[in-house]
Design a protein around this ligand. Structure first.
Ligand SMILES: [Zn+2]
Length: 104
C-alpha cells in the first residue's frame, strides 16, 4: 500500500495522483493551481479604509481568507479612520458646548 510522501496518509491506489488527505501531488503529478488574486499590501487599501471606515471593515471581513495582506491593510485603515473620526466627533462636541456656554 502506497503512502503519501508528505503526510504519510494511505493512498487508495498505487497510481493515485493526489493525496486525499493533504491534496499534494504524488508520483510526479503536476499540480495545477487556480489563478490567484493579486494580493498586495498596497497602501491604497489603508487610505480607502481610513477615508471610508465601514468599507474598509467590509473589505477586511470579505478578504480575510483570500487576500490576507489587503485585508489587513484595509482593516488597519478602517480602524484608524474610525478612531480619528471618533476623536474629531468628541472634540467637535466639546468645542460646540464650550462655544454655546460663552453665548449664554
Ligand atoms: Zn498527503
Amino acid at each position: 500500500m502506497a503512502t503519501c510522501k508528505y503526510c504519510n496518509a494511505q493512498l487508495p491506489e498505487a497510481g493515485t495522483r493526489f493525496c486525499p488527505n493533504c491534496g499534494l501531488p504524488q508520483n510526479g503529478a503536476v499540480q495545477y493551481s487556480l489563478p490567484v488574486h493579486k494580493d498586495s499590501s498596497s497602501f491604497g487599501w489603508s487610505v480607502l479604509g481610513f477615508l471610508i471606515p465601514i468599507l474598509g471593515f467590509i473589505l477586511y471581513l470579505a478578504w480575510r481568507k483570500s487576500r490576507p495582506m489587503s485585508s489587513h491593510r484595509a482593516g488597519v485603515g478602517a480602524l484608524f479612520g474610525y478612531s480619528v473620526g471618533l476623536v474629531l466627533a468628541i472634540i467637535l462636541r466639546f468645542s460646540v458646548f464650550s462655544f454655546a456656554s460663552l453665548l449664554i
